[in-house]
Ligand binder design. Structure first.
Ligand SMILES: [Zn+2]
Length: 154
């Protein structure tokens, strides 16, 4: 499923929420739903940038929904967190139907779960492990550069 497919899914989720709650969703709620619905595919940027196969793993898991909910709750309101997390959920939900491979819903458990079945994931833990290693090395290096720069500024 691509961008518009996810936006349309989020729109349908919004319509369902409106139907059952009997209220009109605000623009803010719609924006959060739509943003949440494209957020999981941000892993494609990491995949292109770091050349690691991590698509449909971490950002397509129940833990990610929880992470997004808790983070949004911390930064903003519970209302915002619920709609953002619902958007993320709509993305993962439709990805489970749109591809035979499915998503790593129970990450870090290596199972590709789709509406058509559950399989051992084609993406190894090693790949994800090396992704994190590489990512944290880059973050650490960036931190060290930052500290050196600050030291010269003071
Ligand atoms: Zn996706």
């Amino acid at each position: 499923m691509y961008l518009f497919g996810h936006l349309i899914t989020a729109w349908i989720f919004g319509l369902i929420i409106q139907f059952f709650s009997g209220t009109e969703l605000s623009i803010f709620a719609w924006v959060l739903l739509f943003f949440g619905s494209v957020l999981p595919d941000s892993d494609l940027f990491y995949q292109w940038f770091f050349n690691f196969k991590i698509h449909r793993t971490i950002t397509h898991s129940l833990l990610f929904i929880l992470f997004v909910y808790l983070l949004a709750n911390l930064i903003s309101t519970n209302f915002a967190a619920v709609f953002l997390a619902t958007g993320v959920f709509s993305h993962i939900f439709i990805d489970m139907f749109s591809s035979r491979r499915g998503v790593m819903l129970l990450w870090p458990i290596r199972l590709d779960i789709s509406a058509y079945g559950i399989n051992r994931s084609i993406i190894s833990t090693y790949t994800i492990h090396s992704f994190f290693n590489k990512y944290f090395i880059l973050l650490f290096r960036d931190f060290v550069y930052g500290m050196i720069w600050l030291f010269f500024l003071i």
